[in-house]
Design a protein around this ligand. Structure first.
Ligand SMILES: *[C@@H]1O[C@H](CO)[C@@H](O)[C@H](O)[C@H]1NC(C)=O
Ligand SMILES: *[C@@H]1O[C@H](CO)[C@@H](O)[C@H](O)[C@H]1NC(C)=O
Ligand SMILES: *[C@@H]1O[C@H](CO)[C@@H](O)[C@H](O)[C@H]1NC(C)=O
Ligand SMILES: *[C@@H]1O[C@H](CO)[C@@H](O)[C@H](O)[C@H]1NC(C)=O
Ligand SMILES: *[C@@H]1O[C@H](CO)[C@@H](O)[C@H](O)[C@H]1NC(C)=O
Ligand SMILES: *[C@@H]1O[C@H](CO)[C@@H](O)[C@H](O)[C@H]1NC(C)=O
Ligand SMILES: [Ca+2]
Length: 844
């Protein structure tokens, strides 16, 4: 049996990838090393290149050994740094080819050898070391240099953890080192195992860049090929970034578009010039929106950026700015007064590692202080948010860490408060923003309601059925209103959540007496109940075939309104078969056109709030009328057609039915900012649904054809149209978006708003609205989001995130209260009912 298959610990590649032809990097590959000069003081090192080539050779031989003989020794690489005291840094130390570099490197390698040979657990496995770089030490009065090195060991199988633990250290060298060591000169050794993904032997391209930033300069760097070509496959790139002594590096990604899966392509940022895991600041992949902060600040004057790519799916890559900024950041201090704000250093940039800030808050003598954290991102892999062993905020002797999506309040029992922020050497995050306020001890929440967790909220939010405190304390001891259900546990919940299959009361009160089917029965799409044994028995027992959908095996069935029709006119019995990565139709047409409905950017961390992120809803359209501005929303369904509501294009004061009166803005985010990504189009024609009923709002849908196609982009992208059989069950969560324009009033918000809503049971909705809900309509109510804000626009999209990670246009905003507000149901045009009309009219 191949020893690779059995319990080998060090296996950086899957067995299938162990192709010997890949293992040896030809010497000529070193030509691919890109040399870049940025300023006068740039050093380009090829040390790592040579090292990598040799590493490839060594590992190749190792692999050969493993295949041909029995595995014996495993190669392990460790990177580290140490300080060399009483030495002055010179320019030559930035250039690995200079004589001063080589001399000092030899001395460091000699010292490392002494240290390792002095340790009996290490000495037998030690191979050799090399110095990667030097930088200035930052002692106040002593001159010193920091050396960054790699050490190589060949470890017997099973002994790796012993060597790992001896090599993972963060301490003065003197404690472990023997008497031979020059204890005065070489100090502060930090080292650890190198991330094996950074030393893979299958890299085909290696790049090394070395830059030195200076004050007043704006420098940029980018991944190989950016922006003209995607980054190369199987590549390793690293950027050594330096600043003058006494400064920090600020690295700011302007564009960042890598493969979504960090196991394949990723970037790592280190607070060092060596890839020491104890000093890693972040690992990133995926696609970040341009307005998403992705800025890193070093603790000293160096930073290392690395990029690793695998063999397939190459993405555009990144571009970043870097500058040197003074060591002194705004961090801590005295805060005096009745109120004020403070934040982690350079928020919303990622805070630097190894920093401590202390704020001493003092309010007038007879008052108490409370601090409210509004944004709080102190997440760190592997750190328990209960004990906060790594980065934390300490206040009233309590440590806070992790991510807090709900505002957090801490109050004192005196007129002073001390807040400490501490970051350790590895992993950084965006940090926090906070405000402090003085309060009368007898009245912590003047004119507002005080939650158990000390948050003060608007009293109108008490007993409205929504948990605004975050601990439900605003929903206790309430008398339920007319539009509310009184749960048995005495909570009040909006009546619109009745009979939707979601237990909102917590004790199921809202889901009792809904009729519905018995436990052993199947609920048909037409709400009939049939015996559970009739499901998938090959016979239509529901009358609409829904008991024969979604069965184990996909088969061709006779066509009904609930079946999916393939291009070849055969119908299949799978629910939502399109674009689920499985070809269900014989002709593959269910997977043929799957470009719609994907958001370009990785979902943002900033999930709360009502403001959408730029590019978050790229199918959202803003329809303007000259002199009135934004009046309706619409959705992009391809590069020429958009969908809106028929009631938006009915003649009233203005002839809204004329294509010429409309200005169509696509890729718009802020109504006040027509950005580079925004496209303006006129209309060629408007096609309202022929059966639109202006009295009942039945069939409230219209199509608009653009005068010329728009280029699709990160900010303009079509949403998927659900097929007639697509199911949006009651209780499903969907999103509405818009600037808040209603039939009655103009737009309210500048920035695109979003709110999560839930599909309401149509029977319940009809009773609440005292109006008929036709089969062409669907109801939804606001789950989260604004209090007074009006979210969504007439004609705008109701977006549903399908199981295949694509968004589907479930509805078009039609009528109701005009816009989505708490406790008010909104009525939407049910798009599934119009799929064939859209197809017939537009070809989409
Ligand atoms: C170890 O020595 C070989 C040459 O024998 C060299 O190519 C390799 O880069 C060295 N390893 C390190 C970590 O410096
Ligand atoms: C660097 O960029 C900043 C902000 O973008 C700008 O204000 C400054 O003038 C730039 N400096 C140089 C030297 O280009
Ligand atoms: C903060 O204090 C000032 C007076 O110092 C007051 O005018 C202001 O309204 C306060 N702000 C808040 C948010 O309480
Ligand atoms: C509700 O009432 C009970 C008893 O009357 C009281 O103990 C509790 O503090 C009240 N809760 C809230 C949130 O007002
Ligand atoms: C909707 O509510 C009615 C009772 O008001 C119930 O009979 C019906 O089953 C519910 N529909 C769904 C899909 O839950
Ligand atoms: C999504 O689809 C997969 C495969 O069809 C299925 O196993 C899974 O249960 C579905 N998930 C949801 C949430 O519907
Ligand atoms: Ca940290």
């Amino acid at each position: 049996m191949d020893p690779m298959d059995s319990g080998m610990q060090y296996s950086p590649r899957a067995p299938a990838d162990w192709d010997l032809s890949d293992q040896f990097l030809p010497a000529s590959d070193s030509k691919k090393l890109e040399k870049t000069r940025l300023t006068g003081k740039v050093g380009v090192g090829i040390g790592l290149m040579v090292f990598a080539a040799v590493l490839a050779l060594v590992t190749g031989l190792l692999v050969w050994h493993l295949h041909v003989r029995r595995a014996e020794k495993i190669k392990k690489l460790y990177s580290g740094s140490m300080k060399i005291n009483n030495m002055r840094f010179q320019e030559g130390y930035e250039d690995p080819n200079s004589p001063v570099f080589r001399d000092l490197a030899a001395e460091v390698v000699q010292q490392l050898k002494i240290i390792y040979l002095d340790n009996p657990r290490l000495s037998k496995y030690y191979k050799n070391s090399s110095v990667q770089a030097f930088s200035e030490g930052l002692d106040e009065n002593k001159e010193s240099i920091i050396a960054y090195y790699l050490s190589e060991f060949k470890v017997s199988q099973g002994q790796e953890s012993v060597v790992d633990s001896d090599m993972t250290k963060n301490e003065p060298m003197t404690s472990k080192a023997g008497r031979l060591l020059n204890q005065e000169k070489f100090v502060n050794m930090v080292s650890g195992a190198v991330d094996s993904r950074l030393t893979k032997t299958t890299f085909e391209k290696m790049y090394k860049y070395s830059y030195h930033a200076h004050s007043g300069e704006n420098n940029t760097l980018q991944s190989p090929g950016f922006p003209d070509t995607p980054y190369p496959p199987n590549a390793f790139a690293e950027w050594e970034l330096r600043a003058d002594p006494g400064f920090r590096i600020r690295l700011d990604f302007i564009k960042f578009n890598l493969e979504e899966n960090c196991r394949k392509d990723f970037v790592k940022v280190y607070d060092s010039l060596a890839a020491i895991e104890m000093k890693v600041m972040a690992e990133k992949c995926g696609h970040y929106a341009p307005n998403e902060p992705l800025t890193f600040i070093s603790s000293e004057n160096v930073m290392l950026l690395t990029l690793v790519t695998n063999k397939d799916k190459n993405f555009p890559g990144f571009r970043a700015k870097f500058t040197q900024i003074p060591q002194d950041l705004e961090c801590g201090g005295k805060l005096i007064g009745l109120n004020g704000t403070f934040q982690s250093p350079d928020y919303p940039s990622y805070y630097p590692p190894s920093i401590t800030c202390v704020w001493n808050i003092q309010v007038p003598i007879e008052k108490y202080v409370k601090v409210q954290f509004n944004k709080f991102y102190l997440a760190e892999p592997g750190a328990s948010p209960r004990v906060c062993p790594k980065d934390y905020v300490e206040i009233n002797k309590v440590k806070l860490c992790g991510v807090k999506l709900q505002n957090t309040v801490v109050s004192s029992k005196s007129n002073t408060m001390r807040v400490t922020f501490n970051s350790d050497a590895s992993f950084v995050d965006q940090g926090f923003t906070a405000e402090f306020q003085a309060f009368e001890p007898s009245d912590p929440c003047p004119a507002t309601f005080q939650c158990f967790n000390n948050l003060c909220i608007n009293p109108s939010l008490k007993c409205d059925g929504y948990d605004d405190c975050g601990d439900n304390s605003d929903e206790r001891n309430c008398t339920c209103g007319k539009t509310q259900i009184t749960c048995k546990n005495s909570l009040c919940k909006p009546k619109m959540w009745q009979c939707d299959g979601v237990n909102d009361c917590g004790d199921n009160t809202d889901e009792e007496y809904c009729g519905g089917c018995k436990a052993d029965e199947f609920t048909c799409l037409n709400e009939r109940c049939v015996s559970g044994t009739k499901k998938c028995d090959g016979r239509d027992d529901c009358g609409d075939d829904s008991d024969e959908l979604d069965c184990e095996s996909v088969s061709v069935v006779s066509c009904t309104a609930n079946t999916y029709k393939c291009k070849n006119n055969q119908c299949i019995n799978k629910l939502n078969p399109e674009c689920d990565h499985e070809e269900d139709c014989e002709d593959g047409s269910d997977e043929a056109t799957c470009v719609c409905g994907k958001k370009p950017y990785r979902s943002s961390r900033i999930v709360g709030g009502q403001d959408a992120q730029e590019g978050e809803w790229p199918w959202q359209v803003s329809l303007h009328i000259a002199g009135k501005g934004h009046v309706c929303g619409a959705s992009v369904i391809n590069d020429r057609w958009i969908v809106t509501a028929a009631h938006c294009v009915q003649d009233r004061d203005i002839k809204y039915s004329l294509p010429g009166v409309w200005d169509v803005y696509l890729g718009l985010h802020n109504q006040q900012v027509i950005g580079k990504m925004t496209e303006l189009r006129k209309l060629k024609r408007i096609i309202p649904h022929p059966d639109y009923d202006a009295y009942t709002f039945d069939n409230d849908i219209a199509l608009m054809e653009l005068e010329s196609p728009v280029p699709l982009s990160n900010n303009i992208w079509p949403i998927c149209l659900p097929t007639a059989s697509y199911s949006f069950p009651v209780g499903t969560n969907v999103w509405i978006t818009g600037w808040g324009a209603t039939r009655e009033a103009g737009f309210l918000a500048q920035v695109l708003q979003k709110a999560e809503v839930r599909i309401i049971n149509s029977t319940v909705c009809g009773k609440l609205m005292s109006e008929e809900i036709t089969p062409q309509m669907l109801c939804a109510g606001v789950l989260s989001g604004g209090v007074d804000a009006c979210q969504g626009d007439s004609g705008g999209p109701l977006s549903f995130l399908g199981n295949n990670s694509r968004y589907y246009l479930a509805g078009v905003v039609s009528w109701g209260d005009g816009c989505a507000r708490r406790n008010k149901a909104g009525i939407y045009t049910r798009v599934t009912k119009f799929r064939s009309w859209i197809k017939k009219t537009t070809g989409v």
